[in-house]
Design a protein around this ligand. Sequence first.
Ligand code: ZN
Length: 362
Amino acid sequence: MTESPHPLLPPTTPVLRLDAGVLQVGGADGGTGLRVSPAGPAVAALLRRLDGRRSQRALRGDATADGLPGQVVDDLLAGLRAAGLVHDLAATDLLATDPGPAAGARAAAELPAAVPGREDGGRWRARRQSAVVVEGANRVGTPLAAVLAASGVGRVHVRDRGTTAAGDAIVGGASAADEGRPRSLAAADAVRRASPLTDLRPLPPDTAPDLVVLTRPWAAVDPLSAAWQRAGTPHLVATVRQQTGVVGPFVLPGVSSCLHCAEAWRRDDDPSWPRLAAQLAAVDADPGGSTITCLFTALTAAVQVLAHLDGSGQPATVDATLEVGPPGHLPRLRRWPPHPSCGCVRQVQGGGDRDRGHWAGD
Ligand SMILES: [Zn+2]
């Protein structure tokens, strides 16, 4: 923990009075709550000041001026942290938000979901300093880019050389009015609508993004994906094939299975797969799929991207895919471990025991 953390009690946390001396913080609708007693006006004032902008040292000073002992402040904060109600921001998190009241209001809505779980803070800053490239301004890629930007990713660049077709329009992405415009411009406008200050510029030629998202249906046979693998740049597939949204594998080059591993497993299952795949890849197809499937896919991908950028844990789609589709859109996890013939991971273990899929939550 930093020397003086900046505790944040998300403003949506209910603070309810049970009687004159007892406050309940959180705990509505089955969540963990904390009852604070005695809880006079000084305690209520302290709770209101937990906005992530004041250090614990400053909070102690204000509370002492209100007549509350410093030890009471420390104990109350410890209780709120133990209940998962308060999250600590680092000073660098506070500096990482765009200036201005509107940007501040947007960040206030995003921060509580971004910061839990890392005691020293810094997750928000990591997200703000990240650069993501989305390959494909289509019905998955553009809403995904908008979601990432709105979630605080500092730089989001969408690459596409095509022209917007009527079928590209989707909630959160290209609009009906974008038909005929360059897709890259339509995508940039969609991202700006979601987050006006996000940096949309392409990265300098000598700079690698933190992550690339490949949104065309058969990225594994795309030479572009091989280039990212060689460069050591993490990349993630997020696409819709027929009516199924596919998110993953999340490739950490040299560490996890790659897109060719998944192809090799498919070839093991069906020796004619390479011939079929070549025909699938030869068509310059973009994701079809219903609005719900495309947005489910984009959101599922966004969760994977943010887990990686924030450092909040290994994305679920490392060595795996999550698949969603109608009618229920319940995610299905399929395992794609490193293939023994690929050699992309230095020490490939196992190989013949691939789990051919199970429902998440089994
Ligand atoms: Zn591989």
